[in-house]
Design a protein around this ligand. Sequence first.
Ligand code: GDP
Ligand code: CA
Length: 337
Amino acid sequence: MHNITVLSGGMGGARFLRGLLHGIGRGLVPGVDADAVVTVVANTADDLWVHGLKVCPDLDTVMYTLGDGIDPERGWGRREETWSTKEELAAYGVEPTWFGLGDRDLATHLVRTQMLDAGYPLSQVTEALCRRWLTPTLGDRVRLLPMTDDRAETHIAIADADSPSGRRVVHFQEYWVRLRASVPAEAVVVVGLDDATPGPGVIDAITDADLVVLPPSNPVVSVGTILGVPRVREALVATRAPVVGLSPIVGGTHVRGMAEQLLTAIGVEVSAAGVGLHYGSRTDGGVLDGWLVDQVDADQVDAVVAGGLPCRAVPLMMTDLDATAAMAAAAVELVAR
Ligand code: GDP
Ligand code: CA
């Protein structure tokens, strides 16, 4: 296998990608060439405009993680970050104060916004930013593609007693960062998604792949939004490549993040089997040929298989690069023909 395509969100996807590349480079992923090319189709529905700047959290998390610029403790933003600009904006009383942009990170958003203002599409802006982060460390082994160049933004409906409708809709980042996903989500609406066009190279990356992977990313607001870009789901259903997924739900909840709240909002059972069957088997109108669950969820394998989806239980905690590479190897083995 030479061309691997991964549909990624931020933190979970980025960690998986690091382990995958580590494993490929060391020959730990059987059947995959040592010089294989990994194409990342990244979620952009978390994107927001803040202080006049375009911020793309998932693209940046992937870029910084693979380029070794990520803050390893936080898992987002730049390492050795400082926050002077944030403090100065707060001193002026400028809202929002809940979304922190670090001083180093700001440079990325300034460059991105200037290029967008000059008329470049997000895909070309991303390519330019990756020349700093990915080319020096990884050469031509990784391509990072926004799922779309169009604006599509996830919004979350929450209960609000003060509103006449009893509801209020907030941007996904406000739900996650300001509200800490602590109030129940009633609905997930991705504004603009139905009219979005897949980014350049996205459909080809799925169609021409030797393997497509759904990493342990959020099934609703990361993978779910990518699958919601018109023609992406159809490309997955039609591709000749095997499509394999890894569960982000372990032991009945997300490892980190807010997948539990959002799965509940869309009516999907919060379990490894529930997410696998939500994606569904390609033999039955779904998008997967195989599904990995964590070893603690081994008792759910039979239910997934009964749903027509080949399934195995293996360790799925991305504790270090070798453990993550072993997950990638198990995923390839499950669907290798
Ligand atoms: P985000 O955009 O930063 O939220 O990142 P993703 O959507 O790519 O990934 C978030 C998902 O990763 C969450 O649902 C987590 O449960 C999952 N996740 C994080 N770490 C791990 C891990 O070590 N193992 C597994 N199986 N899932 C994980
Ligand atoms: Ca995200």
